[in-house]
Design a protein around this ligand. Structure first.
Ligand SMILES: [Fe+2]
Ligand SMILES: [Fe+2]
Length: 434
């Protein structure tokens, strides 16, 4: 691949043959390392010249290695080498569609280049009738334009604090969720405590067991009981997961005419999955918290869509007509944007501060006091918008905050791995949660 914008997208089948860097999913036993391999924290793992074994590959996964320099290897195209060949005309069409989504991004940045390329590949495969694990790229639906959009009489005069009060009333926290939150907020809650709380809700228990036994965790043996799941996954992690499952139920109970709720939930779940994967590469222990952060990050939009439907409708229509970011139009047309109102709602619900911060700052992560977790959600949101998995109303890929990306110290290859892992987890999790 050349570095220039045009040469980058010349043909569907041009392969990066300049380096032997392969991502983890492409590594196979008997491949030979062309240079020393180190873990993310700099720890030396394997010497140049080592012939990889199955055991090595397991260890590399545990250490969060995302790529390795392999002797004589040619980097394949985003791990999609098993996909059928793409007709150049289909590729061109896919490129035109995807470039539309990237109009606000800086295509000189390697992250955006990689995401655009991944997005075109997926779109081209979709247009050819081949879909990775059935993940569809979504076109967000739009509200009916004739339905009072932007008219003076349609404007809601609610003030933000009133709006928040009404929202809290609208979706009172279920008892179990309140108890889960209480357990999470206690500094030393025991595995038994969380197992006790969760087991009072049989649907929740069954869902959690299904998730624990899915590709989301990829454990080699079946986990039959909740108490065992808590022991293996961890108390904090299981509490966060339980909270996520209950929160999705709240989403489902909020009526919304302005957008397709299924698409909203898909965007949220995909964002949660990607965020958890990125958090794993940052060696964050409770990656489930980032999963919940991804589920919740756009919850403020549901508040706006419900309580300021006229302004929200105008913002959605203007975003499409003017090809602008929905978040910017919220700033212009509403008293609070969705990050701010979502953060305030989570604060009212007494959710952990980290989730409030993630939600409040995911579009401006470097404004947060501790920007790491909002930065993870910021990048996860960009990845999911690039791939077009569901939508919370946004049609365009938000611009990447380069300082936030730099802060995460992730390799561009991590994006490829994250997309592959998301594909393998999304459908299953979607089935369990929706
Ligand atoms: Fe957002
Ligand atoms: Fe989002």
């Amino acid at each position: 691949m050349g570095g220039g914008r045009d040469s980058f997208f010349l043909t569907p089948l041009d392969r990066d043959t300049s380096m032997g860097i392969l991502n983890l999913a492409e590594l196979k036993p008997d491949m030979v390392l062309a240079s020393d391999l180190k873990a993310r924290n700099g720890r030396f793992l394997l010497a140049k010249g080592t012939r990889l074994t199955t055991q090595h590959l397991r260890v590399l996964k545990i250490w969060g290695v995302v790529e390795a320099d392999i002797a004589g290897a040619e980097s394949s195209e985003e791990g999609l080498e098993a996909a059928p060949e793409i007709d150049p005309a289909v590729w061109k069409r896919a490129e035109t569609i995807c470039r539309e989504r990237f109009i606000l991004t800086d295509l000189d940045h390697p992250v955006n280049q990689k995401l655009l390329r991944l997005s075109i590949l997926r779109k081209a495969h979709e247009l050819s009738g081949w879909r990775p694990h059935g993940v569809l790229q979504a076109e967000p639906s739009l509200p009916d334009e004739a339905n009072g959009a932007g008219t003076e009489e349609g404007l809601s005069l609610l003030d933000p604090s009133q709006l928040l009060k009404e929202e809290v009333r609208l979706s009172t926290l279920p008892v179990i969720l309140a108890q889960i939150i209480e357990t999470i907020n206690k500094p030393n809650s025991s595995p038994k405590e969380i197992a006790n709380v969760v087991s009072r809700d049989t649907t929740l228990s069954a869902r959690l067991l299904r998730i624990v036994n899915s590709a989301f965790y990829g454990f080699p043996h079946k986990i039959d009981t909740l108490s065992r799941a808590v022991l293996i996954v961890g108390t904090k992690q299981m509490s966060a997961l339980a909270m996520g499952v209950k929160v999705i139920n709240i989403f489902k109970s909020i009526p919304c005419d302005l957008i397709d709720m299924k698409s909203f939930l898909e965007h949220s779940i995909a964002c949660g999955i990607v965020a958890r994967i990125l958090a794993g590469h940052r060696s964050i222990t409770n990656t489930e918290r980032l999963f919940v952060g991804g589920l919740l990050h756009d919850i403020g939009r549901l508040v706006l869509y419900n309580h300021m439907p006229h302004e929200a409708r105008s913002a959605l229509l203007a975003a499409k007509a003017e090809k602008r970011l929905l978040n910017d139009l919220e700033d212009e047309m509403m008293p609070w944007n969705h990050g701010r109102i979502g953060g305030s709602l989570l604060k009212k619900w007494r959710l952990p501060v980290s989730l409030e911060t993630i939600t409040r700052y995911h579009h401006a992560p470097t404004v947060a006091k501790d920007p790491t977790e909002p930065a993870i959600i910021h990048v996860a949101d960009i990845i999911v918008n690039s791939l077009g998995i569901g939508s919370s109303g946004e049609r365009l890929v938000p611009p990447l905050n380069q300082r936030a990306w730099g802060l995460l110290e992730l390799s561009v290859n991590t994006l490829v791995l994250a997309v592959q892992q998301t594909d393998s987890q999304f459908q299953e999790l979607r089935r369990f949660l929706l």
